[in-house]
Write a protein that binds this ligand. Structure first.
Ligand code: NAD
Ligand code: UDP
Length: 312
């Protein structure tokens, strides 16, 4: 198949591109390089089945493809809050452009949604049926509400126009090719530990997240995209739940760093807990994560170590 990936030069897009090329598909990678990096796709540029398109997903586009994965959107709070209006435009107009193209082509289209649609959840762990607890006017809203609106658009194009959709709700995912300065917790802590700087825990560090390794997540993407039982939304994430303080201690121990933990103010609307209920993914996709946090942190630390020495 020929497959379009928007946001293909980002962290997850680069892993998905590699996986689809390995399976013998042609990949068109579209990216405006806001948070994506050429370095992530450098090994792919020599592949004749890989094509790079510098384009903004908010501007209309025409390509002939069999499948579309819509991943374009900054994912870290620092980056998505940098230009909040652009973030919501990317989610909403990006979804409309992908859905319009899918409708014209009869192509299957996949939306990278997020656990952020659950906001600061009052139900724990979060099943797909939970409608969420999202502040519509806070500093995270440009991302959360943009993604919620994109899900609405996907469902309405499906109901109204019969567009063949798949929606995944991604829970915190980490691994090689993350941007070192994107402000997400795993990249921040590892970079700080490797550089011997203070580890910045926001608040008391008692808030929790559940961390999924990128290879597990991409396997979930492929399974969801290539089955006919469900359109989703479906949660993909690792139910292993850790406090942010536990993560900081783990990173210090695994890097052998002398860094000290310092506490900084907790940003507003920061969700207190997050854990995916993956009953549906287990049942419908036969999917579950296979990589523990300890196992996944090893290659991630090795990647940042290489990156920092290259950039030194
Ligand atoms: P990322 O920032 O590394 O990748 C996003 C990519 O989209 C980048 O390459 C960026 O340059 C590109 N992009 C941004 N705006 C664009 C635009 N207007 N036009 C074209 N390209 C644009 O983040 P990621 O972690 O790889 O996330 C990929 C997708 O998965 C995002 O949609 C994100 O919301 C979603 N997601 C990720 C996580 C996670 O933990 N990694 C969790 C939930 C959801
Ligand atoms: N966090 C932290 N220190 C950092 C970066 C993040 O304590 O240097 C916390 C943040 O407040 C949040 C959690 O780690 O509670 C996860 O943050 P991230 O930005 O990775 O993702 P999200 O909040 O979107 O899940």
């Amino acid at each position: 198949m020929r497959i379009l990936i928007t946001g293909g030069a980002g962290f997850l897009g680069s892993h998905l591109s590699q996986r689809l090329l390995n399976e013998g598909h042609e990949v068109i990678c579209m990216d405006n390089f806001f948070t994506g990096r050429k370095r992530n796709i450098l090994p792919l540029l020599q592949n004749p089945h890989f094509e790079l398109m510098r384009h903004d997903v908010t501007d209309p586009f025409k390509v002939e493809v069999d499948q579309i994965y819509n991943l374009a959107c900054p994912a870290s709070p620092v980056h998505y809050q940098y230009n909040a209006i652009k973030t919501i435009k990317t989610s909403v107009m990006g979804a409309i452009n992908c859905l319009g193209l899918a409708k014209r082509l009869g192509a299957r289209v996949f939306q990278a949604s997020t656990s952020e649609v659950y906001g600061d959840p009052s139900v724990h762990p979060q099943p797909e049926g939970y409608w969420g607890h999202v502040n519509p006017i806070g500093i995270r809203s440009c991302y959360d509400e943009g993604k919620r609106c994109a899900e609405t658009l996907f469902m309405d194009y499906h109901r109204q126009n019969g567009v063949d959709i798949r929606i995944v709700r991604i829970f915190n995912t980490y691994g090689p090719n993350m941007c070192p300065d994107d402000g997400r917790v795993v990249s921040n802590f590892i970079v700080q530990a490797l550089q011997g700087k203070d580890i910045t825990v926001y608040g008391e560090g008692q808030q929790t997240r559940s961390f999924c390794y990128c290879d597990d997540l991409i396997e979930g993407f492929i399974r969801l995209m290539n089955q006919d039982q469900t359109t989703g939304p479906i949660n993909i994430g690792n139910p292993g739940e850790f406090t942010i303080l536990e993560l900081a201690e783990k990173v210090i121990q695994m890097t052998g760093s002398s860094s000290k933990i310092v506490h900084e103010p907790l940003p507003s609307d920061d969700p207190k807990q997050r854990q995916p209920d993956i009953t549906e993914a287990r049942k419908l996709l036969g999917w579950e994560p296979t990589v523990s946090l300890d196992q996944g942190l090893k290659p991630t630390i090795a990647y940042f170590d290489r990156l920092l020495s290259e950039e030194a």
